[in-house]
Design a protein around this ligand. Structure first.
Ligand code: BTN
Length: 323
């Protein structure tokens, strides 16, 4: 934690704290405390200075600020939480940190990306107001065990949003959809591995918070989240949900999450077409669930196909279960 974070942490009490007390507690001068308080004010914190009693934290900003996300986290898996308002891509930032040896749990967040990346080499449109975050996981997994990580993360996002009262579901493999059928979040998982060891996994999540619907082929399209929910609350809730799901996946494998995943699978029982990354159709039929490895089960003429990867298109929209 930086000194500014220390000052902020010390101000998060119900009442005023004197500059002298803060200076003594943190081992810095009163002038240094005043400098950090002013820096916090520049970030949007409302801090009153009351004669005789000291500094009083009155309001925290709505903007996505790493310290605010960190302060709201219930899980102790994540940290340090870093980032700034704008970056190219939080996944690129997080991968750089991973290569530099950053610890498991490192998180990078941004409220805008200028070079956001989606799955299959697509662009991830990342205007101001969204939540863009990447988390570094150093799991004890073999490379072959890693693929269901993305599904586990999607489930964690849905559960995290559920804790905020936001109803969402998963479209296999790892898209998060709202109840009105809009894409609310996407997950991009990138990995560095040797043949017998995963070195790191970077889990990138892009959430469309309070943006107008804009279905653009190849880019993000969105729905509004619950009005009044701040990006900071969303980021913290999503990270908490992810932490629970990832921990379970690491400890017990995807089999332990399978039922929960199927409960929120918005394409359950839908007639679908699944295409591979080249657009070739690999399965057509009715979705009957996923298996213990996260493969999609597609049934046709009494035969069940197991699809490990692909893009799902609905063939009959009326059949889709709403989350
Ligand atoms: C998808 O195509 O559905 C996945 C989109 C993932 C976007 C997120 S936003 C945060 C992180 N940084 C990126 O550049 N991409 C991921």
């Amino acid at each position: 934690m930086s000194r500014r974070d220390d000052v902020l942490a010390a101000l998060r009490v119900d009442g005023p704290v004197s500059g002298e007390t803060l200076a003594r507690r943190l081992g810095v001068s009163r002038a240094a405390v005043a400098k950090h308080v002013n820096a916090l004010r520049d970030l949007g914190y409302v801090i009153d200075a009351e004669a005789g009693s000291g500094y009083w934290l009155r309001e925290v900003p709505d903007a996505l600020i790493p310290e605010e996300v960190a302060a709201r986290l219930m899980s102790d898996r994540w940290g340090p939480v870093t980032g700034s308002g704008e970056t190219g891509s939080t996944n690129e930032d997080c991968k750089r940190l991973a290569r530099e040896g950053a610890p498991d749990g490192t998180v990078v967040i941004a409220s805008r990306q200028t070079a956001g990346r989606g799955r299959l080499g697509r662009v991830w449109d990342s205007p101001e107001g969204g939540v863009y975050l990447s988390a570094l996981v150093r799991p004890a997994l073999l490379p072959a065990q890693a693929p269901p990580m993305a599904l586990s993360v999607a489930l964690g996002i849905v559960e995290g949003l559920g804790a905020l009262g936001i109803d969402a579901g998963v479209k296999w493999p790892n898209d998060v959809w709202t109840s009105d059928g809009g894409k609310l979040a996407g997950v991009l998982v990138e990995m560095s591995a040797e043949t017998d060891r995963v070195e790191w996994i970077v889990v990138g999540v892009g959430l469309n918070v309070a943006r107008p619907k804009n279905p653009t082929e190849g880019a993000a399209y969105s729905s509004d989240l619950r009005p009044g929910t701040t990006p900071t609350e969303v980021a913290a809730a999503v990270l908490d949900g992810m932490s629970r799901a990832i921990a379970r996946f690491e400890a017990e494998g995807f089999a332990a999450l399978r039922e929960a995943y199927e409960r929120v699978l918005v394409i359950a029982r839908a007639d679908v077409k699944v295409s591979d990354m080249h657009g070739r159709v690999v399965a057509v039929g009715k979705v009957v669930g996923v298996d213990d490895f996260g493969r999609l089960l597609v049934e046709r003429d009494g035969e069940t196909l197991r699809v490990a990867a692909g893009e799902v298109t609905l063939r009959d929209d009326s059949d889709r279960r709403r989350p």
